[in-house]
Design a protein around this ligand. Sequence first.
Ligand code: SAH
Length: 252
Amino acid sequence: MIHFVGAGPGAEDLITVRGQKMIEEADVIIYAGSLVNPGLLKYAKEGCKIYNSAFMTLEEVIEVMIQAEKKSQMTVRLHTGDPCLYGAIREQMDILDEKNILYDSCPGVSSFCGAAAALNLEYTLPDVSQSVVITRTEGKTPVPERESIASFAKHRATMVLFLSTGLLAKLTEQLICGGYEPDTPAAIVYKATWPEEETHICTIETLEETAKSHGIRKTALIIVGDVVSHNHYQRSKLYDPTFTTEYRKGTE
Ligand code: SAH
């Protein structure tokens, strides 16, 4: 069987307990070497075959899985963060379906959660934003027209941008064109939860120069929205003394 496992955002101890156990039991591990922390491979048992998918095509990845299945071995396909975001897992699963090979998924901590932790940030502050838009700027992979950055910007909700660090001038232009004020707070989080993590608070307008001045070109997330400055927000109802909940009687 094949187990798609989320490796977490970087720090070795941010994989789930289940994910770590799967690594310990695997006969074969195929890990996304461009972003998965290789330190996680120390949990692999002796004799486990390890492949770095950064050097492989989809066909080569599948071939390794097929060969392992033939020997009734257990394969872990280790993806960065949570495999459900930009993980290219569907194309693997569809081929496995065709070949009647069973698989399942083990979630991981996505880097957008790691980035919030790095900034001690709450993406959903009452009265500021109650939604998080997870998207990317268009690069080699096209983004459907109806999902343009400008169209999302109209909502002025919290936005987290993956895979966009090399396209910051274009991003700024589209965010402003869509409706964010140029001085809207933004943050760049480089290698969230890794030892070399960096966080930089800036504004939409200064995204490109901030990244440039710190030499950040990849492995970063861009966070946009007023939650970054968290100056004005309402207290939660849940912990308001006057508010009655299922578990607690309010004072009024
Ligand atoms: N499935 C992954 C995302 C894979 S796409 C997840 O859930 O996090 C790869 C992109 O994710 C990178 O280009 C970068 O934008 C972002 N990324 C991954 N790990 C990161 C980290 N530790 N810190 C900041 N950004 C990260």
